[in-house]
Design a protein around this ligand. Structure first.
Ligand SMILES: *Cc1c(COP(=O)(O)O)cnc(C)c1O
Length: 366
């Protein structure tokens, strides 16, 4: 391959552009959908769904977001700058609960654990008496949260309940992205019943991204959108959200196929002349999932080029027989030609997994 092909050797191999303005607009549009008085949080777990939690959280904070959810206590580290000067400037909740660090460290950093079992609640009462917490009720997902029996036990234990500084009582939808699923209304009713059985008036949090689109009954006091902030479609219809990433990887070699042969590991794909292939600098180590083998496509200068042969660790091979102009020499993986949800569909997964798998080797541009 010579420079005559137009390949610019010094350019980065792959570039991930994160459009923080789009994240901000997505948050504002979700907030606008909420019923009067409801707050809109930002879920920034898993490093802001792969986009970068510190940058995303700072962007949302600027727009007025004051509630942030992470999954692991360590993920809260990225958010500490928000509350450096004033511990009350924002609330940071830890979904997976008061585990992974000592209770005193949660308290020291002002982190609010989501308590999902009676064991969690007793632990927090003993180790961090009077420090804020969230109580998670399970209403049908059977993942985390107090079941009906636990809620009854808590309601009856006035000393335990009375000693807790409960910021929110929350639950989580299992099928929010399927508006007609009967479990949605079942969970809603159970949430209303169980939360009211705790007697004290409690602030409530129920909706994730999809839940926001199920209607105002689902909004309560605090919504917890994640995926929609990042442009993943939270609805069953057209995507009302803006895409937030552009991912491009460089064409590092173009091959004219002069004799019939195979492409990639396992010799699983056969090519015959006349054909032209391009090797693109992205692979499964970058989060371009191996399941995109035989399913994926990239866009070169706006032309769709199917992935041929197996996705390898650092490269994919694409059929560029019909590409005449390689433009800037990059293949678009995610962007205006192809959404995260489309790549996910090709890979047989969901947009969440594509974003949270995004690799560390990209040059990141915010
Ligand atoms: C991840 C998560 C969210 C955000 O869900 P999205 O579907 O990404 O909007 C909200 N609540 C809980 C408990 C979660 O685990």
């Amino acid at each position: 391959m010579s420079n005559l092909s137009g390949i610019r050797h010094a350019d980065p191999l792959s570039v991930l552009e994160v459009h923080l303005d789009a994240v901000a607009r997505n948050w504002l549009s979700l907030k606008k959908r909420l019923k009067n008085g409801a707050d809109c949080a930002g879920v920034v777990k898993a490093d802001g769904y792969g986009l970068g939690a510190a940058k995303v959280a700072a962007t949302l904070f600027e727009q007025g977001c004051r509630h942030f959810f992470v999954a692991h206590v360590d993920e809260a580290q990225a958010l500490l700058p928000l509350t450096e000067d004033d511990k009350t400037a924002a609330s940071v909740y830890v979904l997976n609960g008061p585990q992974g660090a000592a209770a005193k460290d949660f308290v020291h950093h002002g982190l609010i654990p989501v308590l999902s079992s009676m064991e969690d609640i007793r632990y927090w009462s003993q180790e961090a008496a009077g420090s804020p917490c969230v109580i998670h009720i399970d209403t049908g997902m059977n993942r985390l949260g107090l079941g009906p029996k636990d809620v009854k036990a808590l309601a009856e234990d006035r000393t335990l309940l009375g000693g807790l500084d409960i910021r929110y009582v929350m639950s989580h939808l299992a099928c929010g992205d399927e508006p007609d699923h009967p479990l949605n209304t079942e969970q809603l009713e159970l949430f209303q019943n169980l939360s009211s059985s705790l007697q004290r008036p409690m602030r409530l949090s129920f909706a994730n991204s999809s839940g926001i689109f199920l209607g105002t009954d689902y909004h309560f006091d605090l919504a917890r959108p994640g995926c929609a902030l990042y442009g993943i479609n939270p609805t069953a219809g057209d995507n009302p959200m803006l895409g937030t990433v552009t991912l491009r990887a460089k064409v590092i070699q173009i091959r004219e196929i002069e004799t019939s042969g195979t492409v990639g590991y396992g010799a699983s794909y056969r090519v015959a002349p006349p054909a032209k292939t391009a090797t693109v600098s992205i692979g499964y180590a970058d989060g371009y999932l191996r399941s995109l083998t035989g399913k994926g496509a990239v866009f070169i200068n706006g032309v769709k080029c199917p992935v041929i042969g197996r996705v390898s660790m650092d490269t994919v091979i694409t059929d560029v027989s019909h590409v005449t102009d390689f433009g800037d020499g990059y293949a678009e993986i995610i962007g205006k030609n192809q959404t995260v949800d489309e790549v996910a569909a090709q890979a047989g997964t969901i947009g969440y997994e594509i974003l949270t798998s995004l690799g560390k080797r990209y040059k990141r541009v915010y």
